[in-house]
Design a protein around this ligand. Sequence first.
Ligand code: NAP
Length: 298
Amino acid sequence: MTTTEHVHAESDPAVPVTVMGLGLMGHALAEAFVTAGHPTTVWNRSAGKGAGLADRGARPAGSASEAATAGSLVVVCVTDNDAVRELVRPLAGELRGHALVNLTSGSSGEARDLAAWAAEHEIAYLDGAIMAAPGGIGSGDAAILYAGDKGAFDEHGRTLRKLAAPTFLGDDPGLAALHDVAVLAVMWNILNAFLHGAALLQAAGVPATALTPVLEGGIATTTGWLAGYAEQIDAGAFPGDDATIATHLAAMTHLVDESTAHGIDPALPLQIKALAERAAAEGLGQSGYAALISQFRR
Ligand code: NAP
């Protein structure tokens, strides 16, 4: 299943929840549950991190085992999936029949492995990717992507909405992690392009603050192309009816030349140009930009 589904119903405040891992993100998740009125059990490996939450009504568990038993919905948010495995494997008995929601960042392979382990032990597993900083949790502005056990999402989506707007991506448990890195890749590419542009303009005495409004317009225009390009990628047809790869390639040369002339590292522009050159050499010069997808598949 690949459709995206949103949960609209109101939360049931009676659902007892557990949050394991009270670092920056886990603390924010627990706080959102407490604020929403859920009976919230909290646990952290090292002592002391649940004190503020206890003052607000959360119940600190004396052990991981006690924490796992307490919530019918158990959220885990720790450093990485090695830590998740170390934490949950000894708790298979306590978690049996519960929903385990792993909001720890990791790879799609790790998510699938954890889902397989959970299935063996009759634990309903949802893997989640948080699209927010801790300050956004519970604010109404954040989003969390989920994949895995659809039944658990249907049962607990209303409760998970108290953390952030939940979106279910499908029953392949790796999908949330894959979407996470896809979003991060776009973010890093935009940020690196911004920094490159700022360095280029700064060399001509233009402050970065003057570049920002121009870039925001450019990013909005580019964003508007994505839906159409996505349709072309899915259809495998790339009409060059807006601008061809050959036209883009000529402008890429200007970016490389300007960077070199102003002492700005041309590595990123050279990589951008190399992709288009390879595509043109393969006969795609008259195709639209999205035909460059072929260069990412190798
Ligand atoms: P953090 O502040 O460094 O907290 C890490 C937590 O993991 C601590 O509670 C730590 O416990 C616990 N932990 C580490 N190893 C453990 C183990 N072996 N067993 C049990 N607990 C263990 O990190 P964070 O910012 O909360 O991030 C947690 C997860 O959320 C990460 O996967 C991160 O990528 C993801 N995330 C974070 C953000 C963000 O903006 N912070 C955004 C999206 C996603 P101790 O206190 O005992 O060390």
